[in-house]
Design a protein around this ligand. Structure first.
Ligand code: CP
Length: 305
């Protein structure tokens, strides 16, 4: 069963295989759609633009039929559990489920009992493996590898599933990870990096990775003073001048322009933010192809790239 729930379950050679396959798909080497449909159900219990629609584009490019589940018009409103919802979709023919859910590690109650792959599109403050893979692909396109790179992750690290997935995986791949941001939003991720000031992080990084303040996960709205945030912790035009010559800017988005990043930098020559979104489609195609390989092969396809 090829679930994708966390980055830590992927061996390093599997990470490189997904990046390689995503690059092949980006170069136009696509499996062609066939008869006998394969179905994927997209279950988003939290808002999403990039992950939801890039999964949908990826599915359609692979010839997978998309079941778009709307939580607000489903039987979840009548009290049906996530487990029963997923088992129902499996019973009626879904071949894979893509799930975003506010609960950390929601998949623990599913993974032993569900007979189809679960692709984690984000669990609470926990994990966001496809975001991490698209970030890795973007860094790999830029630098050709990870060993010895310094990647700084800035901002609301405590509440960020992207920070968690990336810090752990980048460390495993040989990069140095730095954190900066408000002390109250730092996280005990120190096994995967260490905290420095925003200026030190920016001056020493090959990749400056910014994060949105995750207001929806904060216990107290008072904690997030966005007025002084850019000057204190964000990427200003002044700080951008101190980046390494080859340094790049990344952000998983959505972006709060003028809070974690000065608006003029969002599309500057260093920014790879929209490239990350583009790469998200190809990474999700590679992840879907990996998860649904046996279904696709049963149809007589050889979709290996
Ligand atoms: N980066 C990301 O997960 O964006 P969405 O919340 O729009 O999917």
């Amino acid at each position: 069963m090829k679930h994708l729930l966390t980055m830590s379950e992927l061996a390093i050679d599997e990470i490189f295989e997904i990046i390689h396959n995503a690059k092949c798909m980006k170069a136009g080497n696509l499996p062609s759609p066939k008869e006998n449909p394969v179905f994927a159900a997209n279950l988003f219990f939290e808002p999403s633009t990039r992950t939801r629609f890039s999964f949908e584009v990826a599915e359609k490019r692979l010839g997978i039929q998309v079941l778009n589940f709307q939580a607000e018009s489903s039987s979840v409103q009548k009290g049906e559990t996530l487990y029963d919802t997923v088992r129902t979709l499996e019973a009626i023919g879904a071949d894979a489920v893509i799930i975003r859910h506010p609960m950390d590690r929601y998949f623990e109650s599913l993974k032993e009992h569900v007979g189809i792959p679960i692709l984690n599109a984000g669990d609470g403050c926990g994990n966001h493996p496809t975001q991490s893979l698209l970030d890795l692909m973007t860094i790999h396109e830029e630098f050709g590898g990870f060993k010895g790179l310094t990647v700084s992750i800035h901002g609301d690290i405590r509440h960020s599933r992207v920070a968690r997935s990336n810090a752990e995986t980048l460390t495993r791949l040989g990069a140095n990870v730095l954190f900066s941001g408000p002390p109250e939003w730092q996280d005990p991720l120190n096994a995967f990096g260490h905290s420095v000031s925003v200026d030190e992080a920016i001056e020493n990084s090959d990749v400056v990775m910014l994060l949105r303040i995750q207001h929806e996960r904060h216990a107290s709205a008072a904690a997030a003073d966005t007025h002084s945030y850019l000057d204190r912790y964000g990427l200003t035009a002044e700080r951008e001048k101190n980046m390494k010559d080859h340094g790049i800017i990344m952000h998983p988005a959505p972006i709060n322009r003028g809070v974690e990043i000065e608006s003029s930098l969002v599309e500057c020559s260093r920014s790879r933010i929209f490239k990350q979104m583009e790469n998200g489609v190809y990474v999700r195609m590679a992840v879907l192809a990996r998860a649904l390989e046996s279904k696709m092969l049963k149809r007589g396809e050889d979709h290996h790239v």
